[in-house]
Ligand binder design. Sequence first.
Ligand SMILES: Cc1ncc(COP(=O)(O)O)c(C=O)c1O
Length: 438
Amino acid sequence: MDFSKSRAMQEKAHELIPGGAHTYARGSDQYPELSPGFMLRGSGCRSVDLDGNEFVEYGMGLRAVTLGHAFPSVTEAVCAVVQSGTSFVRPHVDEVETAETLLSFLGKGPDYQVKFAKNGSDVTTAAIKLARAHTGRDLIGICGDHPFFSSDDWFISTTPLSAGIPDSTRALAVEFPFNDLGAFDRILERHGQELAAIILELEADTPAEPGFLEGIAERCRRFGIVFIADEIINAFRLANGGAQELYSIQPHLSTFAKGLGNGVPISALVGRRELMELGGLRTDRDRVFLLSSTYGGDRIGLAAARAVLKTYSTEPVIEHLWSYGQRLRDGFVDMVSAAGLGEFVGLAGRPSNLLFWTKDRTGERSQPYRTLFMQELIARGVLGPSFVDSYAHDDSALDQTLEAVRGALGVYSQAIDAGTTDGLLVGPPTKPAFRRRV
Ligand SMILES: Cc1ncc(COP(=O)(O)O)c(C=O)c1O
């Protein structure tokens, strides 16, 4: 495969844009050297890069494109509103209609309200702010085993990328582990009366153990802590309404984004009325400046969301995401075991949210081996940092993916035998996104 146009564009991009892209997760340090640097277009589960190479894509749109690229009903809905004005001096009726549609889709009754925004970070940050205003407390508990909650300082201060953030912000967060109620209780012994909120995904790559989420919910009630569930990845993927539907848990506040617009920017904070009304005009308490921005109710995102919700309500999207992923997992596991590589490469996560892990010959997690595996998949027309699928992934994509896996495992095996990726991996290995220095 030729990537020469991509290479040239990368040089230019790094001149113009810090990091060469507007999202770190799309950056050149996250992909092998032999990979498409820039994409041009996509349709369904396939996309085309700047050099004209075509790929079956996974993890599409940082997991936001759950229906597939350019999904017709979403595209049509967006085009229709663009032609009749997208932003007015007073709110548009679409704001009310979409709020009603989303709450009903999520099965949230009259005790709940919703406010729309553009990014996932907007709504997780708003949830933290509401919780602080409601409780009059400043401290927040963040699940330290989960990778990402917001690009804002309350979260980024807890990562190695904390330059530019005051220590006083970092001091307002404590971390707790997933699936460990004992550790959570020890945090509550010290900070139970100081915590405004805790935030976690109800499941990331590991399912919640029976009783864990119920225990968290019970303790939040007992200590007056606001329970925030980040459903930004899980909704529209694990189940329509996210992991809370799977586990029958009712958090006080929930955040939605990826999936809600199939890649069109829209996010939503959904929460109990007594909290949400602090941002409204029907409260006697101090008002919270809650998610008010020029593009907050823009019709493009709202139109995309309504088309997405209609599709999820009428078509077996979740079933497809799970069954495709399960078939991919079954084929993958067979090939890995046939290649004798079961200790070195494998899959984690639910079928609709499959991640791959890679280890070297000593059994250590390895970025060079991860990069080599991605490089070899890409060379066979499969692009992605994971096997996170979409409604558009079909039988032919599955066949192509499994063929690519077979070929990639052959090269992986050579590297394991040699004890090194040297001579097989072209260019530097990928690096963790959250590191202090380049
Ligand atoms: C679980 C989770 N929460 C929050 C966010 C932040 O969303 P955004 O990047 O749209 O601000 C992300 C983004 O990857 C995420 O995966």
